[in-house]
Design a protein around this ligand. Sequence first.
Ligand code: ADP
Length: 404
Amino acid sequence: MKILVINTGSSSIKYELFDMDMLKVLAAGTAEKIGEESSVFTHKRILPNGEYEKKTDIKRISDHHVGLNRIVKILIDKDQKIIKDKNEITAVGHRVVHGGDTFHSTTLINAKVISAIEQYVPLAPLHNPANLTGIKVAQSVFPDALQVAVFDTAFHQTIPMKAFLYAIPYELYEKHRIRKYGFHGTSHAYVAECAATYLGRPLTELNLITIHLGNGSSMAAIKNGKCIDTTMGMTPLAGLVMGTRSGDLDPSVPFFLTDNMGLSPKDINRMLNQESGLKGICGTNDMREVIKKMSAGDKRAKIALDIYTYRIKKFIGSYFAVLEGLDCIVFTAGIGENVPYIRERCLKGLNRLGIKFDSEQNKKAGNGIKEISSRDSKVKTIVIPTNEELKIALETKKVIENSG
Ligand code: ADP
């Protein structure tokens, strides 16, 4: 069985083609700057030894339909030897960012599902319209394949009301669905399952804190395998300090900016989403650069990292409390997997919570699953590479099998 996973953005399509029988990636790539004169198409054919052959092509891709056809063309190209015909693709698994409180799990797409995803456009105005475009284009390019939606929000639907409801007039929840939803659910779910496998224990008996640190960052508190709280909110702006997003701040700050600086809601939205976080404090959102700057004595980079790690540590403490017992902490995504300094700063001084890490192991971690806790640590700490595309492919397969 072959499954194509696609993640459609407003001007991009990321794809990964899986052979589900062999559980391996056959090809992957991106069509970027769709609609611009010099769109960038990058394609990797994965070789049997795990290495890849890469092709890049800069040529106008006028819209997403043309983009997906471009992807199909290279997948069925005779020289590439990936697949012979697009009909070999049984299903397309779509990443959909916001499923609101309608979708608790992965879903086979039909007209009703599409209109529900449309209904959540106001909650994810940048993402859901693009995801819908991806679905519609895939339906026309692959008329015989099953289309499946995997929601970033679904894993967090087990969060209880006391944790998801904001203390604002209740009607806003009833009428407008204003509440915490949480994101990165596919990643949190994936690494939680990997942690259970690594520890050799059923996920349903484990309490975990999963820490996803990429450009966007979030944490989840998982009790007996179910998510009970997460740091992002109604939108991905809440919670941790991120590359360009502020994370939590006093809700009065935007009023101050309006009243005293004349900023419009649009200006503030842009500032908090694109000009804040690490970038707002020290001028760059690339963690590699921030670390370099700090090492060179840059004070802003140092304070940016202080705020960044302090916020994570604070959430570790609060999730430790609400979980009432912690078995394992997982670090994942670009920063969580690759930056020992960040992990150390988040974990240091937590011995009394039973969280002891091994400084040497922490420095060695990289490529693959790696335990970084000390042998006598009550709480295990593991670095686990996330793989959202694989999780989407596995979820898609499960839905197809269950749909008969
Ligand atoms: P996205 O949310 O876009 O998927 P990633 O998970 O790829 O993001 O994480 C991007 C972040 O990870 C960037 O800040 C980048 O600098 C950082 N990062 C990735 N690899 C490394 C590395 N080897 N060392 C330091 N930082 C890294």
